[in-house]
Each structure stands twice: as C-alpha cells, then as structure tokens.
Design a protein around this ligand. Structure first.
Ligand code: COA
Length: 233
C-alpha cells in the first residue's frame, strides 16, 4: 500500500495508525519538493504520476493499493485510469474527480509575502470545528515548512485536474472516505466518486473535515483495514 499525501503535505499527514497498519506493507511517500524529498513540486498531476511510477520501479514494486489524500487522490485516480497495470486498488481520502481551487487561494500562494496570511486562512478550512486546537496548530506548523512555490504548483496541478467523465472506466476495487465537515473537498465530491466508480464503497466519518485521517485516525485506519481484508483476503 502506498500513501500519497495532498497539496503542501508530506508523509506525516498520515497518522501512525495508517503508516504502521498491522499486517500490511505500507510505504509513505514524500512527493518531490515535500517533506524530505528534493525538488520544486509539479504543475500537473501527470508529472506527479511519473514520479510515483519511477519510484515504484526503483524499489521493485509492480503493483500497489494507492491510498491518496486530496491531491494524492488525484494522483491515484490518474494512475488507475492511465496505468491500470500498476494499481491493485484505490483508497480515495477527502478528494474528488475534479479539484478546482478558489482563485483567492491560488493568488495568495503565488506570492511569498502573502504565504503566511494564506496559511492562517487556509488552515481553518482544513479541519472540523470539533478538532482539537493543538492538532490544527501542528498542521499549520507543518504546512509552513512547505515552500510557497511548491504549494502554489500543487494548487495549479489540482486546479487543472478533471477526470469526472472517466470515473466509470476504473476497474479496480475502490473505497472512498470523507469527513462530513470537509469544506475543501465536500462530501458531494466523494458521493460522486462512489456513485461513478463501479463497485466502490463510501465511508463517511463524523467529527472530521479535510484532514479526516489525522482527525479520526482509528476510524480511517479501521475502514482501510476492512477494505483490504474484504477485497484481498
Ligand atoms: N465532484 C462532484 N461535483 C463537483 C466536483 C467534484 N469533484 N467539482 C465540482 N463539482 C460540481 C460543483 O459542486 C458545481 O456544482 P453546482 O453547479 O451544482 O453547484 C459544479 O460541479 C461546478 O463546480 P466547479 O467546477 O468547482 O466550478 P465553480 O465555478 O462552481 O467553483 C470553486 C469553483 C473553486 C469556487 C469551487 O470549486 C470551490 O469552492 N472549490 C473548493 C475549495 C478549494 O479551493 N478546494 C481546494 C481543492 S485542492
């Protein structure tokens, strides 16, 4: 299983409950320009797909279940559509088949001076009102470690992404997970995914927003474990 984080994120966006999911072989990636990986980030989802594929080749991994959050979900969906031989299954967390980004957010991330301002605005959209302030603060600190240029490129990649018309072509088992309080990729997007991807299942999680896996880690890890057990054992 490969965990693919979202815009401006890193492998640490995934909680230990998932990174160390019992009985599973789990890889947590830092995409180029994120976390410990060098680079500047990419302006298209296709370029990120190339990086994930090159990495899979380098470690000798032919196929994997892709677990993608937000922009990572766009990467996972694109791989399932364009390179189906690489994908064993999909877990789509807080994402959608189209990820348009609000122009105000796009503009503010384009400018380094306004980056801190946008962070304070954006971070409030990431979490459920029920989420502990300590967790929100930690997420803000982590996001501030991403260079503005990289985050801006990520948002450009998201904004150009649209596979809404192709979702019916997906043939692998798929699970869609969404927090009911998600403001960035609302439940509507996940319902659409679950209805359009043949045979997929939707798991909705209360008391969680866009960072559902950090907000309700045990529930998300439990859902992923059941999905893997049901589909592959
Ligand atoms: N799945 C299902 N429906 C979707 C969708 C998805 N992934 N993406 C968009 N839609 C729907 C919208 O709900 C809308 O439906 P409506 O006409 O019934 O209201 C329609 O498709 C058109 O939406 P969109 O393409 O997003 O254009 P827009 O001009 O209405 O809105 C934004 C543009 C940026 C304001 C809006 O997409 C938004 O608020 N996005 C979420 C905030 C954000 O920036 N998220 C970051 C994602 S990484």
């Amino acid at each position: 299983m490969i965990l693919v984080h979202g815009a401006g994120g890193s492998r640490l966006d995934w909680p230990p409950e998932l990174r160390r999911l019992e009985g599973e072989w789990v890889y947590g990636l830092d995409l180029p320009g994120h976390g410990h990986s060098p680079g500047e980030g990419e302006r298209t989802i296709d370029r990120y797909v190339e990086h994930v594929c090159n990495w899979m080749k380098a470690v000798g991994l032919e196929r994997a279940v892709l677990v993608g959050h937000s922009m990572g979900g766009a990467i996972a969906l694109t791989m399932a559509l364009d390179l189906p031989s690489r994908v064993e299954g999909l877990v789509l967390v807080a994402t959608g088949g189209r990820l348009r980004v609000q122009p105000a957010i796009m503009e503010l991330t384009a400018n380094t001076e306004t980056f801190n301002l946008v962070l304070d605005q954006v971070i409030t959209f990431y979490f459920s009102p029920q989420t502990l302030a300590r967790l929100v603060k930690l997420a803000r600190t982590r996001m501030a470690e991403t260079r503005p240029r990289v985050l801006h490129r990520d948002f450009q990649a998201c904004d150009r992404f649209d596979v809404l018309d192709r979702l019916g072509e997906i043939k692998v088992p798929a699970q869609v997970i969404c927090g009911v309080d998600d403001k960035l990729t609302p439940l509507k997007y996940s319902r659409f995914l679950a209805e359009a991807i043949p045979g997929s299942r939707l798991v909705t999680i209360d008391g969680a927003g866009h960072m559902v896996m950090l907000e309700q880690p045990e529930e998300v890890a439990g859902a992923v474990k059941s999905f893997l057990d049901d589909c592959y054992r």
